[in-house]
Design a protein around this ligand. Structure first.
Ligand code: PMP
Length: 382
């Protein structure tokens, strides 16, 4: 049986060439990067080389790159750090209803600390309205946090326009760019982004790796307190191998963005069209064009998403019935509900996120399996 992994939105495997670069720092180059002898300096140099690579990929200064344990930490740091450091200036934050739980739960926490949060709605395609964003701003607004692209439906927000609004109103702009990295070019300066979160394990680096870009001069409090690592702003003995791994992954994924994504987009559209043409009552969730090149999300009437995922798993195909962070929860996806789907339709959904390795013949195979399983489920629920 062929096994096909279609859940790169949840995670990716560790690429051999990334592991190879990490290996010395997992074995013989084990020095503490804070030690002043040669073994320590080798670790320090490896971290700084990686920081330079990441800064080049994002077109920013290396002093603006901070290594974290993942995007959950990056998002927590961005929101709590800005809130704490700027509360005398204002206590209002704007975000959206479709953010990742690491943003939404952090906002809930900040609400308990006395901050006021506005959760912007989205339209049927998952886009926020720039007019509504503008109207939500008050003289107390200190931060706007809008994800670059959504992890469930792939919709890409108008980031440049949001950045302009933030800049004009002197409000910090944070974006969670976990899913966008490597799919669309990211220009932190051009888009007026002050803080940007990234995760390594969606781009073939190890799990437990992340980045927070913090524009120089931003007023931000630490999330973690301790020693002087990461300029004293994110202390803790550095995981050198992880820093090297995510640096290599970011430099690989930000090369040839156009050509790599063109191929995936063509195959994605082939599968979307086949589903639309041949499978009844199938609704594409997310924006038809302003969406990530690898993302497909369908609601399929009378087909429970969890059941479909489990049956496809038996056939060797990995898809997701929601985002990996929420698929264990019994509740329908907050993202699909925000698009206006009914609770039932929201549970009748699957997300397919294609990998770079996907081939044309695999698309045909996936479609055939999908179509058979959907027919069977529908017959059995009649
Ligand atoms: N934001 C988005 C959009 C994500 O998809 C994820 C991972 N599911 C995260 C944040 C959290 O990243 P990590 O797993 O590195 O904590």
């Amino acid at each position: 049986m062929k096994s096909i992994y279609l859940d790169t939105g949840a995670t990716t495997h560790l690429k051999k060439e990334i592991l190879n670069e990490m290996m010395p720092y997992l074995t013989y180059n084990y020095g503490n990067a804070s030690s002043i002898y040669t073994l320590g300096k080798k670790s320090k140099m490896a971290i700084e080389d990686s920081r330079i690579k990441i800064a080049e990929a994002l077109n920013c200064e290396k002093s603006e790159i901070y290594f974290t344990s993942g995007a959950t930490e990056s998002n927590n740091w961005a929101l709590k750090g800005i809130a704490l450091a700027n509360k005398t200036r204002g206590t209002h934050i704007i975000t959206t209803k479709i953010e990742h739980p690491s943003v939404l739960k952090t906002c809930e926490f900040l609400e308990k600390q006395g901050f006021e949060i506005t959760y912007l709605p989205v339209d049927e395609y998952g886009l926020i309205s720039l007019d509504q964003l503008q109207d939500a701003i008050t003289d107390k607004t200190i931060l706007i946090s809008v994800m670059f692209a959504n992890n469930e439906i792939g919709t890409i927000q108008p980031i440049e326009e949001i950045g302009e609004i933030c800049n004009k109103n002197n409000i910090y702009f944070h974006t969670d760019a976990v899913q966008a990295l490597g799919k669309v070019p990211i220009y932190v300066k051009k888009y007026n982004i002050d803080l940007l979160s990234l995760s390594g394990h969606k781009i073939y680096a190890p799990k437990g790796t992340g980045i927070l870009y913090i524009k120089n001069g931003i007023n931000i409090e630490n999330l973690i307190h301790g020693g002087s690592q990461e300029n004293g702003m994110r202390p803790g003995t550095e995981s050198v191998a992880n820093c090297v791994g995510i640096g290599k992954a970011i430099s690989l994924i930000t090369k040839d963005i156009e050509s790599r994504n063109k191929k995936i987009r063509i195959l994605r559209d082939k599968l979307i069209n086949k589903i639309h043409k041949n499978i009844g009552c199938a609704k594409l969730n997310g924006h038809p064009t302003q969406r990530l090149s690898n993302n497909i999300n369908f609601s399929l009437r009378d087909v429970n998403g969890t059941m479909l995922t489990l049956i496809l798993d038996v056939l060797g195909i990995c898809v997701s019935s929601g985002s990996a962070c929420s698929c264990k929860s019994k509740k329908p996806s907050h993202v699909l509900l925000a698009l206006g789907l009914s609770e039932t339709l929201a549970t009748e959904s699957i997300r397919i996120t294609l990998s770079e390795e996907i081939t044309d013949s695999q698309i045909d195979y996936i479609f055939n399996q999908l179509s058979k399983v959907i027919d069977e489920i529908r017959i059995n629920t009649l």
